[in-house]
Design a protein around this ligand. Structure first.
Ligand code: SAH
Ligand code: SF4
Ligand code: F3S
Length: 473
């Protein structure tokens, strides 16, 4: 234990690693090479966790497939953020009864944020008997022993004990991309925004040690990774629990000082804890992308207070102004919730005026979804669904017009992009600010930085043509 955090010891992890060999031996006796399918819902934190689950499965001898049909193990890594996300999982879990009937040896696991809610795990126990195992995010490191139990004893395995949270270093990772990597720098959240389920399902805020994060980044850069995405629910409070005097800006500066040709991105920044030091650090290191995701959630001070966000409209706007003053080229994105309980038309108008004033490059817009057990779920909510949908549509239309205008202003500019994939006859690439560019060029350029002249735009993306390639080094 360190504060509220359970540090999983190397001995405990070695016990899990011993199961890799046992599971390999299990399949060797059957003379089979087993396959696994991991389906990920929700945010990048879950993507990062799925890469660790795949890493453990690969260590157990499994080959990954891209469908549940015929897979020996299916893992559903779930999200609870909105009701719709959970409904999708329950629907897809139901469909797995059929894949299991066709392949009776199939073992099905559910993990992620839904596994952190007792109402969900009770429902799985009772009504989804084809699910063999459930583990919450705190117990991800125990997956090998749970898998072994399910395989060899045929019993169901539940590892869902509630706890403030764990940190396990050294779990194998099977990354989805060699170019871009997710690096969780911390887990959990302490903010308890009144609408949000994350603190309940992911536990208290806990930071990884700076040297563990730096070692992971060094290894990624050495293996050719070009983009390091640092992840946390509120990265600006990184290090507070460690008491080492290293805050998020210090960590960023240490990573940015590593040799190599790469960019650092990060999310999410909470306006409550973001400040001048962060923006000055971003401005002074060329390897830190000039991109900021700074959710504002609402433009109304009354609603922000009811959300327990700990900042007001004026303070938020001041942050944006300062960030733009030190980084004029900053690409700014945000999250907003429409229809929070009791949001009046006037309060919604304040959100509309904020987005017009700030002019975000892009916005992630959500309609409030009551999450059982959170304070907002029991707040009075007299606004009709139709009215909320109307506000949502209005907000999206206004933002889309802004995004379209901002994208159009790129036309004629020449920018450095990282070519990151192939899409039909075209290549995809990302600007430093994270904007998507499509271009027609040689697929051999994937994985390199190129100079691209922007020739066209839409609300969501840019089109370009190769200007000249930047030599590496
Ligand atoms: N930690 C991040 C957000 C993580 S959740 C932060 O504080 O910014 C991503 C987004 O989902 C949130 O920013 C919020 O806009 C939205 N969200 C969270 N809970 C929600 C709910 N109950 N209903 C609708 N949207 C929600
Ligand atoms: Fe949820 Fe708020 Fe924590 Fe973000 S900061 S994860 S919105 S409680
Ligand atoms: Fe969803 Fe959990 Fe992320 S609730 S948004 S997967 S932290």
């Amino acid at each position: 234990m360190k504060g509220n955090t359970t540090i999983i010891s190397q001995e405990q992890l070695q016990i899990q690693a011993d199961y890799y060999d046992r599971i390999r031996a299990f399949w060797a006796r059957l003379e089979q090479t087993p396959t696994a399918y991991v389906e990920t819902y929700g945010c990048q934190q879950n993507e990062a966790d799925s890469e660790r689950i795949r890493g453990m499965l690969a260590a157990c001898g499994y080959t990954m497939t891209n469908q549940a049909e015929g897979a020996d193990v299916v893992v559903m890594n779930t999200c609870s953020i909105r009701e719709h996300a959970e409904q999708r999982v329950f629907g897809n879990l139901g469909a797995l009864t059929h894949t299991k009937r066709r392949h009776p040896g199939q073992k099905i696991f559910l993990c992620g944020c839904m596994a952190g809610q007792k109402v969900v795990t009770d429902r799985i126990r009772k009504s989804y008997p084809h699910v063999d195992g459930v583990f919450s995010t705190h117990h991800l490191w125990e997956f090998p022993s749970l898998l072994y139990q399910v395989l060899t004893q045929g019993t169901r395995a539940f590892s869902i004990a509630d706890e403030p949270g764990s940190i396990a270093e050294g779990i194998p990772v099977l990354r989805s991309s060699t170019l871009k990597a997710w690096v969780s720098i911390m887990y959990g959240c302490n903010n308890f925004c009144t609408y949000c389920i994350v603190p309940y399902v992911r536990g208290r805020e806990r930071s990884r040690m700076p040297e563990d994060i730096l070692a992971e980044c060094r290894a990624l850069i050495a293996s050719g990774c070009k983009e390091i995405n640092l992840l946390g629910q509120n990265v600006n409070s990184y290090g507070k629990d460690l008491g080492l005097g290293v805050d998020f800006s210090d960590l960023l500066a240490q990573i940015a000082a590593l040799p190599g040709d790469f960019l650092i991105r990060f999310m999410t920044s909470h306006p409550r804890d973001a400040g001048k030091k962060l923006f000055d650090t971003m401005a002074s290191f060329p390897k830190i992308a000039k991109q900021l995701h700074l959710p504002f959630q609402s433009g109304s001070d009354r609603v922000l207070k009811a959300m327990n966000r700990h900042y007001n409209r004026a303070a938020y706007l001041e942050l944006v102004e300062y960030a733009r003053s030190v980084m004029p080229e900053l690409v700014l994105t945000s999250d907003v919730i429409v229809g929070f309980p009791g949001e009046t038309r006037e309060e919604f108008e304040e959100t509309m005026s904020l987005i017009r004033q700030v002019r975000y490059d892009a916005l992630f817009t959500f309609i409030f979804s009551p999450r059982p057990g959170t304070p907002a779920a029991s707040m009075e909510d007299p606004t009709s669904k139709e009215e909320k949908n109307r506000r949502f549509d209005l907000l999206c239309a206004t933002q889309n017009a802004v995004s379209e205008e901002i994208h159009r202003a790129y036309i004629g500019k020449t920018l450095r992009v990282l070519v990151d994939g192939v899409e039909g006859d075209l290549l995809t690439a990302r600007t430093e600010g994270g904007r998507l560019v499509r271009l027609c060029a040689d697929p051999a350029l994937v994985g390199t930085y190129c100079m691209v002249r922007i020739t066209g735009s839409t609300t969501w993306s840019l089109q370009g043509e190769l200007a000249r390639e930047v030599p590496h080094g």
